[in-house]
Structure formats: structure tokens, C-alpha cells
Write a protein that binds this ligand. Structure first.
Ligand code: SOE
Length: 379
């Protein structure tokens, strides 16, 4: 695995747990962790249970005792690492969004197409049991013809204008701001749940705080500000409407400025005979409305998604005993290892990641061209 910050910790936990709770068709060995600072990567490898470490990803990719490379770095290094790993015959799991640009994502999807190894993007929210159940209900026709999607991803860790200029706030490292960091999850989920690709968008992007203190020490989400200031070069909030194939329409909002909203990833889908609604802050529940029921008693019902018949849940606790954020990564490893070992292409594939990247690029292009924003004029 390359990288050991927030995502690296979540993935390490998943690699360690997946084979202990699920019957995997292959054994997981946590062979090596890679990071640039020897002191820090050694400590992280010990803490998270990796058997060895490397300080150069090229050395990691060249190792013959490694079959899978898991990329948990900022977006600017996804393409070179993933392409080199695929060319070296490895299987690759890459954090989202797949890349920083469409050109990089295209090169990655092409490398994946020509590779002997499998590849997958880490859109972990597909592995929330309630959302996998929502997908199952939609695919089984329980919502009828899908018409509308409403997706919000709301966080608030940038509200303080003195929060430092971490890598996520610089376009050359992150590609975009709330759009790619959060909106990418909503785009992937909306396309996954409906089974329809987004075909056009009309967008508005904004940056509320143009300059921030340069970070002192850590550049993670818990960074502190140091001396000097630098420019924020990404969006702070992204709002857009979308058309999907098959006449479906959607509205999306991604922000890290929604005071009080810590990780509110919400999605609602309306069909001709029913709806689902979900909020990851209550991730063990799915709201389901069945419009074919008697109107006198029909209404959104709260399904507690903890039954052994629910996706992934047979590996965990008795009904009513809840799971959390980290389980989504454990399920992701379970699905990835199963697909690799059985030779079935893991999803979301790099081609799926490229489609999300194209939507992100279309959102930016629309916002730059004023999108759907017609000036309000006086008559
Ligand atoms: C930070 O905004 C972040 O860690 C995202 O990068 C993740 O994808 C999301 O799951 C939680 O928030």
C-alpha cells in the first residue's frame, strides 16, 4: 500500500479485518507499506501491521513478493503509480477520484484495459449495506421507472478561514475541491444506484475563502496553520444539475462549508412507484417508500439494515447490532479480493472511474462557462 494518512489507516484496517470476518478465496498478507519519510513510514507500518516498508513507490512496485498495490495518496500521484503497477503485472486498488484530470484517467483506464491484473476504484460508499440494498431494490424494479436523484455531500471542516492550506485545497495536488473530494462519491453512487450514466450537467462552483495560512507540520485534516499565506486554487462548494440516460434528472451539492454537517452524505432516488433515501450519518438505516401500498398507511419506512439477508451483514453481528464507516472499506477489500481471485472484473472499474472523471470535468467546464446561470435582469 502507498500512503498511510486517513485513507491509508482505513485501508490498513480493512486489509487486516476482511479475511477474519469474510471467507475470502485468497489469503491477505500485508507485505509492505510505502511513504516518503522513512521515520514516519516505519512507525506507520508497525502501527498498522505491515511486515516491511519502502520509501519509493517504484521499489514497491518492482517487488516480486507483491501481487496487489493499493494507492492511498493524493490524486496527483494516482496515475503514475497505478500505470506502473499495472505494467508490472500487479492488481491495483486506487482511492477516489481516480485521477486529477480526464487525460490521466484515460491513460489509467487504457493501462487497465491492457493489463493482466485487475483494477478497481475505491468508491467505498457502494459497500454500505443500506446502499447495496438500495441498489438491489432499484434493480428489482421496486421503485418503478427511475426519475429523480437528489444527492448532497456536506462537511464543515473548512468553515474556519484560518484552517490551513492543506493539499486538498491546491488544484495541482487534488484536481478540484469539494467537487472531486465529495461530489465524486455522489456522482458514482447516483450512477451506480440508477444504473444510468450522467450525460450532461449545468453547474456553479464557488470558493469562499481565497487565501489560507500555509500548513505547519502535518498537511492532513488535522493540520495547523504556520507562517505565511497561500492561495486556495480549488472550489469550496459545487452545485450542479444533471441529466442521466433514460430521462432521469438529478441535483447535486458538495461542500466543506456546511456548518454543523460533519459527514452528511445523503442521497434520495424517486421512481414511478417508490423512493429510497439515505444519510451516511445514520448509515445502518435505509428509508424506503413503496407507493404501491395502500395510500392510507403508505409512507417512508425505516429499514434497519442489520439482517443476515442484507448485503454483507451475514459476516457481522446479530440483527440490530450496528456497523460503522470502517466496515465500508472492509467490504471493499472483500469484494476486490473475491473479484481478483475468481477472475471476475471488480467494479467500480477504472472505466467507471473515468466516467466519473468526465462528469467532474463537465461540471468544471459548465461552471467556467456560467453553466445554467442566466443573469437576472430588470425589464
Ligand atoms: C475528506 O473530505 C474525506 O476524507 C473524503 O476525502 C473521503 O472520501 C470521505 O469518505 C470522507 O471525507
Amino acid at each position: 500500500m502507498v500512503g498511510y494518512a486517513f485513507m491509508g489507516a482505513a485501508h490498513s484496517h480493512a486489509w487486516r479485518t476482511a479475511g477474519r470476518f469474510f471467507d475470502l478465496p485468497a489469503a491477505v498478507e500485508m507485505t509492505a507499506l510505502c511513504g516518503r519519510s522513512e521515520e514516519r513510514v516505519r512507525a506507520a507500518a508497525e502501527r498498522y501491521g505491515w511486515a516491511s516498508y519502502e520509501t519509493d513507490w517504484r521499489a514497491l512496485v518492482a517487488r516480486e513478493d507483491i501481487d496487489v498495490v493499493d494507492i492511498c495518496t493524493p490524486g496527483d500521484s494516482h496515475a503514475p503509480i497505478a500505470i506502473a503497477a499495472l505494467e508490472a503485472g500487479k492488481h491495483v486498488l486506487c482511492e477516489k477520484p481516480l485521477a486529477n484530470t480526464v487525460a490521466e484517467a484515460e491513460a489509467m483506464a487504457a493501462a487497465a484495459e491492457n493489463a493482466t491484473g485487475s483494477s478497481m476504484v475505491g468508491f467505498n460508499y457502494r459497500r454500505v449495506p443500506a446502499l447495496a440494498l438500495a441498489r438491489r431494490l432499484i434493480a428489482a424494479g421496486r421503485l418503478g421507472d427511475i426519475r429523480q436523484v437528489r444527492a448532497q455531500y456536506l462537511q464543515d471542516w473548512l468553515v474556519d478561514p484560518d484552517f490551513p492550506l492543506v493539499w486538498r485545497l491546491r488544484e495541482e495536488h487534488a484536481g478540484s475541491g469539494a467537487l472531486g473530494d465529495l461530489g465524486a462519491h455522489s456522482i458514482d453512487l447516483a450512477q451506480y444506484l440508477t444504473g444510468r450514466p450522467i450525460t450532461s450537467v449545468g453547474a456553479l462552483l464557488t470558493t469562499f475563502v481565497a487565501e489560507r495560512p500555509l500548513p505547519a507540520g502535518s498537511s492532513g485534516l488535522s493540520a495547523t496553520g504556520g507562517a505565511g499565506r497561500g492561495e486556495v486554487t480549488v472550489d469550496d462548494a459545487a452545485l450542479f444539475t444533471a441529466r442521466f440516460g433514460g430521462g432521469v434528472v438529478g441535483v447535486f451539492e458538495a461542500t466543506r462549508f456546511a456548518g454543523g454537517r460533519k459527514n452528511a452524505m445523503r442521497i434520495e432516488v424517486n421512481g414511478s412507484t417508490g423512493s429510497i433515501a439515505f444519510d451516511v450519518e445514520s448509515m445502518n438505516e435505509l428509508a424506503f417508500y413503496d407507493g404501491t401500498e395502500d395510500a392510507g398507511t403508505a409512507g417512508f419506512r425505516r429499514v434497519l439494515v442489520t439482517e443476515p439477508t442484507h448485503p454483507y451483514m451475514d459476516a457481522w453481528w446479530p440483527p440490530g447490532h450496528l456497523i460503522g464507516y470502517e466496515h465500508t472499506f472492509t467490504h471493499q477489500v472483500r469484494d476486490f479480493v473475491t473479484a481478483v481471485a475468481t477472475g471476475t472484473g471488480p467494479r467500480p472499474s477504472f472505466a467507471d472511474g473515468l466516467q466519473v472523471q468526465r462528469v467532474l470535468a463537465a461540471v468544471k467546464a459548465s461552471a467556467e462557462a456560467s453553466g445554467v446561470h442566466t443573469p437576472v435582469t430588470e425589464s
